[in-house]
Design a protein around this ligand. Structure first.
Ligand code: NAP
Length: 251
């Protein structure tokens, strides 16, 4: 069975791999055998060191993904260094919180640019390479707010709903070309992104009470789903949004 999930000799480009969910995914993919191109605005030295410790290759690629101009140079640099991209994990993302009546255009644009616009053009740039080779796996990081409305995060909700839609559109266009496009929707995972919620005693208690698993997720909890969607085991899974949420959506 393990061969189904084996990623030996595969190259995975993971955005936002220095911390949180991106780091959890990069380490899980490396444990399954993949080499890691770690892209982000902060160097992923800790992740790169840990991947190398697992006996896999890992390199840092500096890229500020708030602007679409970073996309093609990033893909070109990874291809120059590794020669191929088998797996793309679009993980980098931000969140801005304010009541809808006060929400600014700057907070709208910043989130939509990083979480949705850059994600699409990174899918496009890596997708062209994958289509030419007839194979590839793209995993976009969605959210509970791909399915739900949330509160005080209008641009985040819009961006993550968009990630769900784009994942399905790209799967429709590329499934027959050998490229699988799927998404993971994490539940409440303890990272920098959710630090404000974790430290708000009331919100933290409300969240915990609603999670059937009875705990916040850990970035490592997302790794298994990423290995599945990156591996041969998921070859007939297309346009799926896989919730890894401790049961949140079931409640
Ligand atoms: P995190 O710890 O804040 O990590 C976000 C990552 O994205 C960091 O590596 C960050 O780099 C990177 N990033 C942000 N803006 C960037 C930019 N302009 N260019 C390059 N990299 C950039 O948060 P996380 O929770 O692991 O989030 C990872 C993904 O999961 C996001 O898409 C988030 O929306 C999604 N998600 C998280 C949760 C959760 O409960 N935590 C739930 C659902 C979905 P820096 O370290 O340099 O900022």
């Amino acid at each position: 069975m393990s061969g189904l999930f084996d990623l030996t000799a595969k190259v995975a480009l993971v955005t936002g791999a220095n911390t949180g969910i991106g780091q959890g995914i990069a380490l899980a993919l490396a444990e399954a055998g993949a080499d890691i191109a770690a892209a982000g605005r902060s160097p992923a030295d800790d992740t790169v060191g840990k991947v190398r410790g697992l006996g896999r290759r890992a390199e840092n690629f500096a890229a500020d993904l708030s602007s679409v101009g970073a996309v093609q140079p990033l893909v070109d640099a990874v291809l120059a260094e590794f020669g191929r991209i088998d797996i793309l994990v679009n993980n980098a993302g931000i969140i801005r919180r304010a009541d809808a009546v006060d929400f600014t255009e700057a907070d709208w644009d910043a989130v939509m640019d990083t979480n949705l616009k850059t994600l699409f053009f990174l899918c496009q740039a890596a997708g062209k390479h994958m289509i030419a080779r007839g194979s590839g796996k793209i995993i976009n990081i969605a959210s509970m707010l791909t399915f739900q409305g949330g509160v005080r995060v209008p641009s985040y909700t819009a961006s993550k709903a968009g990630v769900g839609g784009l994942t399905k559109l790209l799967a429709n266009e590329w499934a027959a070309k050998g490229v699988q496009v799927n998404a993971i929707a994490p539940g409440y995972i303890a990272t920098n992104n959710t630090a404000a919620l974790q430290s708000d005693e009331t919100r933290n208690r409300q969240i915990m009470e609603r999670i059937p698993a009875g705990r916040w997720g850990d970035p490592g909890d997302i790794g298994g789903a990423a290995v599945f969607l990156a591996s041969r085991a998921s070859d007939y899974v297309q346009g799926h949004i896989l919730a890894v949420d401790g049961g949140w959506l079931a409640r």
